[in-house]
Design a protein around this ligand. Sequence first.
Ligand code: F6R
Length: 242
Amino acid sequence: LTMEKAQDYKELSQMAAEKIITKLSHKPEAVLGLATGSTPVGLYEALVAAYKEKRFSLAKATTFNLDEYVGIHPSDENSYAYYMNQHLFSQVDLPETAAHLPNGETANLEAACTKYEQQIASAGGIDLQVIGIGLNGHIGFNEPYTPFEQRTHVVELDKTTREANARFFPNLEAVPTHAITMGIQNIMESKEVLLLVAGEQKAAVLERLVYGDVTEAFPASILKEHPNVTIIADQGALSGLK
Ligand code: F6R
């Protein structure tokens, strides 16, 4: 794990954006893995600002998001598809057909998982995967004790994860119970992983990631076995490290 330290969230976001811009400058047709949640909001803002300055293009790129809720339509403002359109896709030149999220709005979720795997494979795999980390160490929606070798699959969300995400919904009952997520194996197969960790509330998870063992009890721990992971963390998140 390579650690890059940012003063604050703004700097973290800018540093993450520069990684993506650099990747695109070497490989305009890069396949990017993207995440939602609070952490990458600043990254997407920084990317949109850089796009307006014509610093990069996504015209030849392809994207795959980590996950999507089950049973929420892409036009629903709580879907991850909506989030991605709002924060990034509608503001850059990524072709609509080049942006992928798992389809959580279908009767056949298993088929949706298989299709996602095929799409990732036919794009040639993911060059750079951006991820965040949950308070229980989840990556994507791979909750503790998800087998490391699992690929894109349907998950039942942890109560704690639903509670953490309830802030976006009218109440806890409205938070979906299931999601489709890339598996840990997909994240491990990505050529490069960029993990963003922001804020004091993430200090304990970052501490466990850095000092703890590799165990399915703490999904992010497997990243220690990936050859090319960069963590960008801000002061708050770094406050638990020696
Ligand atoms: C989002 C995702 C999740 C989040 C994690 C952290 O696509 O897969 O694993 O990265 O829950 O969320 P935030 O950034 O809101 O703390």
